[in-house]
Design a protein around this ligand. Structure first.
Ligand code: GRF
Length: 199
């Protein structure tokens, strides 16, 4: 399965998915990295992993539809079948949603539907919850909405600093995301085979 990873920042989840592809625990390969923040560290990671990069600045485009059209062109060029969002700080628009229906995954650092949007860890700390976690879900047009595929809890101890919680969440993400990507790849394959058999 040909995968594109979209990211805006550090890209540690890009790395986890890339490592899992190379190690064989994901039956796929990352054929394209897409970054909307030129200079973000994920670009260095892509380069080091020899993954082709499409980097763009949204401000150079007239509209979301315009840059998403350009992205879809790149995705088709590289034969991308599945999109993995990994800290891509932007809502996905109709152009991408229609081109990749049920084939866009996202990871979010909370147990959705709690704490959607920006700074989910800060929101959890402010709310004083003792348990937060990680969610992997299918992407729709909303902010961190869409059918949930997997979740894992992370406990917040009294003594935990924000950095401690971030680190625990990151560790869970790096395990849960590759695992769920692989499960979704299997689900897509099964449903494609069923479609073929019904013909
Ligand atoms: C992760 O916490 C992910 O859940 C959220 O953005 C963060 C990305 O981290 N959507 P990284 O860039 O993969 O290190």
């Amino acid at each position: 399965t040909k995968i594109a990873v979209f990211a805006s920042g550090n890209g540690s989840n890009f790395q986890a998915v890339s490592d899992a592809c190379r190690g064989g625990s994901i039956d796929g390969e990352i054929v394209l990295a897409v970054c909307d923040k030129p200079g973000a560290y994920v670009e260095t990671r892509a380069e080091k992993s020899e993954v082709p990069l499409f980097s763009f600045a949204p401000k150079n485009f007239e509209s979301k539809a315009a840059f998403e059209k350009k992205i879809v062109g790149k995705l088709k060029e590289h034969g991308v079948e599945l999109i993995v969002l990994a800290g891509y700080m932007r809502l996905i628009g109709d152009t991408l949603l229609q081109a990749y229906e049920n084939r866009i995954l996202n990871i979010h650092p909370s147990l959705l539907p709690a704490f959607p949007g920006l700074d989910a860890v800060g929101q959890a700390l402010a709310a004083g919850v003792k348990v937060t976690g990680v969610t992997v879900h299918l992407v729709d047009s909303g902010m961190d909405t869409g059918p949930i595929l997997a979740q894992k809890p992370v406990t917040i101890e009294q003594k935990d600093t924000r950095d401690d919680v971030e680190a625990k969440i990151r560790e869970v993400e790096h395990q849960l995301y590759p695992e769920t990507v692989q499960q979704w790849i299997e689900t897509i394959k099964e449903s494609d085979e069923r479609c073929l058999n019904e013909r």
